[in-house]
Design a protein around this ligand. Structure first.
Ligand code: 9WN
Length: 445
């Protein structure tokens, strides 16, 4: 019996149905240039979504995975930032809020491209990692198209932006200036810093997300008003990081762990291109030290965020604090503690579905609301890589089996209830399909 047959017997995953379903989702969400996260809820191109999408799409069409990343990098700013949304000009402006009329990228900053219109904030830097794996999916075609030589300088510029413009704490880590930049928008980690932000008045905006998803699954109006206030303030400073007048500045362990993983990927790309990979390796090592020194909490057995404006650690409990497992050179004692935390009462890997986005024992935990508890598929994919890398194959296998089974059972939901496995948010969600396809292709040893 092959491993896949064994998997489908033990966990009743119909592997063929999963592969077919995931492929259909990714075909349906393809616009001709890139893939939307969800046709209804998110009808444009999102930054870290596209990286996860490329990781899955490479198993259907390595070429399309290359296009996905090239399309995103076509929206890169002259200062190196990769915007969190590249707006599709063919989609009506009102289809997503806040849309191009809100962000006004090309009007506000000469660094923004004239086209497409984009947002001005960023998302976690998974892109070099996705580029490297996309190349490996078909090195011959990649070489023929000069994929790496064209993409590499752009990725270098992106990491340069994070190093030069976003080290707001001066400690060798990149800071985020908006909760949406973490990708884990509504995490309870942001409750403390957000309390200082004046929400935009409720009658000043019309939420589109509530047309497509249940209000109980989405951020509250007050939190939404605060997101808009922070985004508008940054916009009104013309997205100039030098002004340093942000109402929110946080060092996030997930964001920085992905930056380190991508530094390593840039090193591998540089080697293939016969460029000097030493600077990438040196940066990865320095950032790993900074991450451990600045954001690790040994008493809690996990990493945490740090609020730079109030110079204080933020409440622990976000799954972001486990993502550093993806960092290759973590000290062994920390790896052991993270593994204990992931199976302990706060995250209960193997007992609940996937890994909850927030500590199950916390009073802030909410089982269905956006990033305040439900499990996400991209997070599970990242943790899976970390578990494999740090020699925890049994745990990795559990997570993989959970991911494959729940992706199909929820019709590729955006996220799910860790206790019941019930899907929440959008369905036919692109990164859910993509991470499932990728883990289908990755055999756990
Ligand atoms: C704002 C697209 C994005 C993801 C984020 C997720 C959610 C947007 C929203 O959807 O954020 O960027 O409107 O809530 O939190 O991680 O990239 O899938």
């Amino acid at each position: 019996m092959t491993a896949q047959e064994e998997l489908s017997t033990r966990h009743k995953v119909d592997v063929d149905a999963l592969r077919r379903g995931a492929t259909e989702v990714l075909l349906r969400n393809w616009t001709g240039r890139s893939t939307v996260p969800s046709r209804a809820l998110y009808p444009h191109q999102w930054s870290w979504d596209s990286a996860f999408i490329a990781l899955g799409v490479r198993h259907i069409s390595p070429l399309r995975a290359q296009y996905e990343l090239e399309s995103l990098l076509g929206a890169q700013w002259a200062d190196g930032r990769i915007p969190h949304i590249a707006f599709n000009p063919d989609v009506p402006h009102g289809a997503y809020f806040p849309g191009p009329d809100f962000w006004q990228s090309s009007l506000r900053s000469s660094a923004a491209p004239a086209t497409p219109e984009t947002s001005g904030i960023i998302q976690p830097p998974v892109h070099a990692l996705a580029t490297w794996h996309t190349h490996l999916a078909d090195p011959v075609e990649s070489t023929r198209r000069h994929f790496l030589p064209r993409i590499y300088p752009r990725l270098v510029a992106w990491h340069h932006y994070l190093e030069k413009r976003r080290d707001l704490g001066g400690r060798g880590l990149a800071a985020i200036v908006h909760p949406w930049e973490s990708g884990m928008d509504n995490s309870p980690s942001w409750d403390a810093p957000l309390q200082w932000i004046d929400p935009w008045p409720r009658n000043g905006f019309r939420r589109r997300d509530l047309t497509h998803a249940a209000a109980a699954d989405r951020p509250t109006d007050t939190d939404y008003g605060r997101y808009l206030r922070l985004a508008a303030d940054y916009r009104d400073q013309n997205y100039d990081d030098g002004r340093n007048q942000n109402g929110f500045a946080v060092e996030d362990p997930c964001f920085n762990a992905l930056l380190i993983a991508s530094d390593h990927a840039l090193g591998q790309i540089a080697d293939i291109l016969r460029r000097d990979s030493t600077p990438h390796k040196t940066r990865a090592a320095a950032r790993t030290t900074a991450l451990v020194d600045s954001l690790y909490h040994s008493e809690a057995g996990m990493f945490g965020c740090r609020d730079l404006l109030h110079d204080s650690p933020l409440s622990l409990g976000s799954v972001a604090g486990l993502i550093p497992l993806i960092v290759p050179d973590l000290p062994g004692t920390i790896v052991a503690q993270l593994l204990a935390t992931i199976v302990g009462e706060r995250f209960r890997l193997g007992e609940v579905q996937l890994t909850p986005s927030f500590d199950l024992t916390s009073s802030s935990y909410e089982t269905g609301r956006y990033w305040r508890g439900p499990s996400w598929f991209n997070v599970a994919w990242l943790l899976y890589q970390g578990l494999v890398q740090h020699s925890a194959p049994e745990l990795a296998a559990v997570l993989r089996q959970d991911l494959l089974a729940t992706a199909l059972a929820t019709n590729f939901a955006e996220y799910l209830d860790p206790y019941t496995g019930e899907g929440h948010g959008a369905r036919n969600f692109s990164w859910t399909a993509a991470t499932a396809l990728d883990l289908l292709a990755q055999e756990t040893q």
